[in-house]
Every structure is written in C-alpha cells, then in structure tokens.
Design a binder for this molecule. Structure first.
Ligand code: AHG
Ligand code: MN
Ligand code: MN
Length: 337
C-alpha cells in the first residue's frame, strides 16, 4: 500500500501556520481545535439521527420564533460546553440563545476571542437525511483582556472577523475555515477521527453554472432580483445556455457547493419580509468572510455584507454571495431596479 505523505491533519496544519508568525500565541489555533472537537461530537449525533429518538421538535421555540429541533439544542450545548471548558474563548453568541454568554472564569476572561455561531443550519432537513451544517465566526474582542466580555464584543462588523468557517455534515463531513491568509477544507477521516486537509487553498471560480434561490418566493422579490433570475434562465446558448438551479435549503450545503463549483446563492428580502430570513451575525457574516477570502463577493444588495455595522444580535439581512463575476452581473440588475 502506498502512503500519501502529504496528508496533513488540522492540528499539523495550524501548527505549521503558526511557525510563520513567531509571536503568535496559538490561541486561535486552539480555538479552531476546540471547534473541530465540538463538530466531531455533533457529527456523531447527526449520523445517528435516523436511529435514535432524536428526531422531531424539542418542543421549544427559539428567539427567531422558529421551532427548535432536538439536534439544534444538542449542537448548541456542545459548542458552548467545549468553548467554555477551553481556554481560548471569552464568550459566545448563538442563533439559539436570546443573549450572548460571557465566560466568567479566570482563564476565559483572559482570552482575546469571541465566537458567534449557528450550531445547526438547515435543521429542517434533519428528518429527511439531507446535508446540514454548523457556521461560525471568530472576532477579537474590543473590551480589554482580563475583563468580562460585553455586547460590544459581539456587535462588530463582519470585516473584523479573524477567522470564520463551517462544517458540512454531508456524504462526508468537512470543516472549511478561512483566515485572512486563505480558505482550507478538511475532511473528517472517520477511521481515525481526524480532520484531514483535503481542499488546500480553496478559490471560488469567477463564474459558475449554478444559481441557488428559493423560487417559491419569486413574485415577492424586488424587480432587480427577478430580472437577474430571468437572465440566468434565459442565458443564450452562445454563452453556455441557461444556468442550473440548485437549492437544498441548507445554506451550508448550497454555499459550499457554489464555493467549489462556482455559482451564486441568494436569499433576498421579500415583500412580506424585507430583511429576508438569514441572520447577519451567525449565517451571513461568516460566509461573506469565507467567500471573500476565496475571491468571491457578498452583499445585502446595497453594500458589502462585511461592512454592515450590526445593531442587534439577531438582526437579519438580505444575502447574495458567490462568484465575483456573477455578483457583478447581479449588482447591475439591482442598480437598475
Ligand atoms: P436554520 O436551520 O439555522 O434555521 O437555517 C435555515 C436557513 C438556511 O440554511 C437555508 O438556506 C434557508 O433557511 C432556507 O429557507 P427557505 O426554506 O425559506 O428557503
Ligand atoms: Mn441557519
Ligand atoms: Mn440553526
């Protein structure tokens, strides 16, 4: 059997990256390692979802007024537990919690990072065995190290992220994370329980053949979005013919596919919900950061997602993200709306 000597684990990769920064403390690497650990625990439960009595609603309603699935609760608890017991996170905010959680123990208050996450994205797909995910963004706190974090630490523009990533629980389980230096994807090798570098230096193609949107809401979209969708559908044969429409309803899976193959994902505002559905802090900002580092673009239709200054933890915004040339085309339609 030949041995692939280039295979690198997540830990090896982050340690190697540290060597380029002699003054780095390793705190971010440690935080990523903790996130990887929480994700492995969630993965075990996700894989068992069809077997154990974990399907169905937990009976409560989250702060967004949506039904909470049991696995959402489990994933949320895992993340908090792992990050709280670690030494590299001063506090968290989660889609599933009304308010942020400050970690008040002596080690945590001396951490410089806060983490914001959607513990389980696409949870409506759990019952039908379609890919789901976890999304996270990491920020350097703005309050002094050694104190307890405050809301200010969480209400930062997405451009302030130092790292962001997602886990997709799909046909295989992948962790993709970005720092300003690049985007790298790791596939979980279940035989050894290690994240293994499988997609080094991911770049989003400038253009792709896929557009992803919930067509059911078409007549509620603004004119510019409708015109862009119609342009996707009627692209002339000389330019490759109509684009393909792909939308599974788990943003993690939809954006992951488009990041690799090239494409555009849209969750526009609608006449009944002008802000759309997706949450700026937990869903849009991490993906805006990842795709931007990979060479793509992300906007709310007016400005770069990463430049939006959040006013509240759970605010929503329209979201358009994907291949740069496709985003440019979309923006032309929106401008002429
Ligand atoms: P969540 O499961 O965290 O609530 O997020 C689901 C989101 C997103 O992943 C997906 O793209 C979108 O909801 C689907 O919504 P529609 O059914 O309205 O298209
Ligand atoms: Mn979500
Ligand atoms: Mn969720």
């Amino acid at each position: 059997m030949s041995i692939n000597r280039t295979v690198q684990t997540l830990d090896e990769f982050t340690i190697q990256q540290l060597r380029d920064f002699p003054h780095a403390t390793g705190e971010l690497s440690n935080l990523l390692r903790n996130i990887g650990l929480a994700a492995k625990r969630i993965n075990v439960e996700v894989n068992k979802a069809g077997l154990v009595d974990i399907l169905g609603d937990a009976g409560s309603v989250n702060v967004q007024g949506e039904k909470v699935k049991k696995l959402d609760v489990f994933a949320n608890d895992q993340f908090i537990r792992v990050l709280q017991h670690g030494i590299s996170c001063a506090g968290i905010a989660s889609e599933e919690l009304d308010d942020f959680v400050a970690f008040t123990d002596d080690k945590s208050i001396h951490s410089k990072y806060v983490c914001l996450f959607d513990p389980l994205d696409g949870s409506g797909n759990i019952d039908v065995n379609v890919s789901i995910g976890t999304i996270f963004g990491v920020y350097r706190r703005v309050t002094p190290v050694g104190t307890v974090v405050t809301k200010e630490d969480f209400l930062q523009a997405g451009s302030q992220q130092v790292a962001a990533g997602y886990i997709v629980y799909g046909s295989s389980t992948m962790l993709v994370y970005a720092t300003r230096r690049g985007v790298n994807g790791f596939t979980l090798d279940p035989s050894i329980g290690e994240w293994t570098l499988s997609h080094p230096n991911l770049r989003c193609p400038d253009r792709g053949k896929i557009y992803s949107v919930n067509h059911g809401s078409f007549f509620e979209f603004q004119k510019g979005v409708q015109s862009y969708i119609q342009a996707c559908q009627s692209r002339p044969a000389t330019e490759g013919g109509p684009l393909r429409q792909r939308y599974v309803g788990s943003m993690v899976a939809d954006v992951h596919r488009n990041l690799i193959k090239g494409g555009i994902f849209m969750y526009p505002g609608t006449s009944s919900r002008p802000e759309g559905k997706l949450r700026l802090l937990y869903e849009c900002n991490p993906f805006a950061f990842i795709v931007t580092v990979a060479g793509g673009k992300a906007t709310n239709g007016l400005i770069r997602t990463l430049d939006i200054v959040p006013r509240s933890l759970h605010e929503r915004c329209p979201f358009f993200v994907g291949s740069s040339l496709m985003m440019d085309e979309l923006e032309n339609y929106l401008r002429n709306d």
